[in-house]
Every structure is written in C-alpha cells, then in structure tokens.
Design a protein around this ligand. Structure first.
Ligand code: NDP
Ligand code: 8X3
Length: 253
C-alpha cells in the first residue's frame, strides 16, 4: 500500500518540489495551497507521470474554519497520513521594527505559526491513534539567527524551531518522528512575496551568488523521510555554499 504525505504550500517553491520528489518515490499525496488552479495542474501532472493518486485541497492555513473543513473530514482512504510536511509560509516586508507594517506582521504570524499549528492539530491525532507518523516542519536559518530587519519573520521561524522540539517531546511516546529542515537562501517565489511583487528587488537578493534550488530542499526533506524507521533526522540546516550565516554571503562581483 502506498504511503500518504500531506504537503502544505505545494503551489510553488519547496512544496511543489517536495510533491514532485515524493510522487517519484511512489507516495500518494494531499497537496494544499490557496491557488486552486495550480493545485489541479500539479495533480494532473503528478498522477499522469507517476501513477499515484493526488488529492488537491485549496484553503488558507490562516483560517481555522477552512482548515477544519478540509482536513477535519478527510475521506477514509486519505485519513491515514504517514507524513505531514508543514511548509506553507512566507516573509512579508523587510523593515526595522519601528517601521514595521502591522498587516505584514499579522500575515507572517498567522501563516507561519498559527497555520502550522492548525494543520498539525488536525493531522496529528490520527498519527497518535496509529502510533506512527513523521512531521516535517520547514524552518529557516532565520529560526536560528536574527538578521537586520528580519525581526518578525525571524521570530516566527524561531517559533517553528521551538514547536518542532515541542512536537518531538509530545510525540515521543507514540513513536512519531519530528524533523526540522532549516534552509538558507533559496530561489523560489519567496522574495517576490516578501517584496510584494517587486521583481527587481526580488532578483537582487541573489546577486552574485548561487542560492539553493527548491529541489535541493526537497532532497533534504527526502533524506529525513527515507531514514530507517528507528532513525529520526531531527534537525537539518541546509545552506548555499556562498552563505555562512543569516547575514554573511560571498558574492562574486
Ligand atoms: P514560495 O512563495 O515559493 O511558496 C510558498 C507556499 O506557501 C506557496 O505554495 C503558497 O501557496 C503557500 N502559502 C503561503 N501562504 C499561505 C496561506 N495563507 N495558506 C495556504 N498556503 C499558503 O516560498 P518557499 O517555497 O520558498 O517557502 C516555503 C517555506 O520555506 C516557507 O515556510 C518559507 O518561510 C520557508 N523558507 C524559505 C526560504 C527561501 O529562501 N526561499 C529559506 C528558508 C525557509 P498559495 O500562495 O497558493 O497559498
Ligand atoms: C528564508 C531565508 O535568510 O531570507 O527563510 O530568512 S532568509
């Protein structure tokens, strides 16, 4: 029987690359995000190329009612989720704390912390019941260090790191693994979202350096998933060669 993985934020970036990787490895997939059309396209592509089944669910992780409506009543063949990948998230803005925009702060806190919690709250009870499962949270170098103007985004990713530890402790007695995958700079739609559609500014983020690709991060996620049952890859920091810390880069002129 095929294992089931649920990936939040599969319409772009890491989530899409993880879906493509797990589809190749023969998982059935629940893919989520707000952009329904992209989910449908991905479902058709993955089913056609890999002969697996894909359930696309379009909802906003910030809204508990929507999350509950979608994940609280899964058809029986989709209920037994083996792997949950909490990936949906974003940065919005890059301002010093005294110039921060309240709406940006709310979006980051509601998505990166509350959204991750809502999804986990609905998926983890079945894992506990089955005494089996693996929760993978996508953190960030921003969850280990704070960089200039990163304030609230960094705080949300520190929260993801703390929640990953908390989940590992709470799930210990049920045999459920928790992995934190913390990437550095990766070229996805992330910077375009952070800079609110400003392509020039987003492109400049990676000037003179080679960032990670979404596929690099999918490889790290699969490394954790493919470990033997008795092994929990708890914490993975994956950085581009040209990045030493949250704010130290080697850029070719
Ligand atoms: P992308 O912008 O390419 O993808 C983000 C995904 O999250 C999209 O599928 C988006 O779907 C989904 N998403 C965002 N907000 C919501 C929401 N409210 N409800 C449901 N889905 C949502 O970014 P990345 O792939 O780079 O980011 C994925 C994760 O990795 C994030 O948690 C990010 O913080 C983290 N990260 C990114 C790094 C980078 O440099 N790129 C480095 C380290 C960590 P949709 O818009 O369709 O809803
Ligand atoms: C995304 C990477 O360094 O912009 O989490 O925070 S960074």
């Amino acid at each position: 029987m095929r294992k089931i993985a649920l990936i939040t934020g599969a319409t772009a970036g890491f989530g899409k690359a993880i879906a493509e990787r797990l589809a190749k490895e023969g998982f059935n997939l629940i893919i989520t995000g707000r952009r329904a059309e992209r989910l449908d396209e991905l479902k058709n592509q993955l089913e056609k190329d890999n002969g697996i089944s894909v359930l696309p669910l379009s909802f906003d992780v910030r809204c508990y009612e929507e999350v509950e409506k979608n994940l609280g009543h899964l058809p029986s063949e989709w209920k037994n989720i083996d792997i949950l990948i909490n990936n949906a998230g974003l940065a919005v803005g890059l301002n010093p704390i005294h110039k921060g925009e309240i709406d940006d702060w709310e979006r980051m806190i509601d998505t990166n912390i509350k959204g991750l919690l809502y999804v986990t709250r609905l998926v983890s009870p079945v894992m506990v019941e089955r005494k089996s499962g693996h929760i993978i949270n996508i953190g960030s170098i921003a969850g280990r260090e704070v960089y200039p103007n990163g304030n609230v985004y960094c705080a949300t990713k520190h929260a993801v790191a703390a929640l990953s530890q908390a989940m590992r402790i709470d799930m210990l007695q049920y045999g459920i693994k928790t992995t934190l995958v913390a990437p550095g700079f990766a070229e996805t739609e992330f910077s375009l979202v952070r800079f609110k559609g400003d392509h020039d500014r987003a492109d400049r983020v990676y000037d003179g350096m080679t960032p990670l690709t979404a596929e690099d991060v999918a490889d790290a996620v699969y490394f954790a998933i493919s470990a033997p049952d008795h092994v929990d890859i708890q914490d993975v920091l994956v950085m581009p060669k040209a990045q030493a810390s949250g704010s130290l880069f080697h850029r070719e002129k």
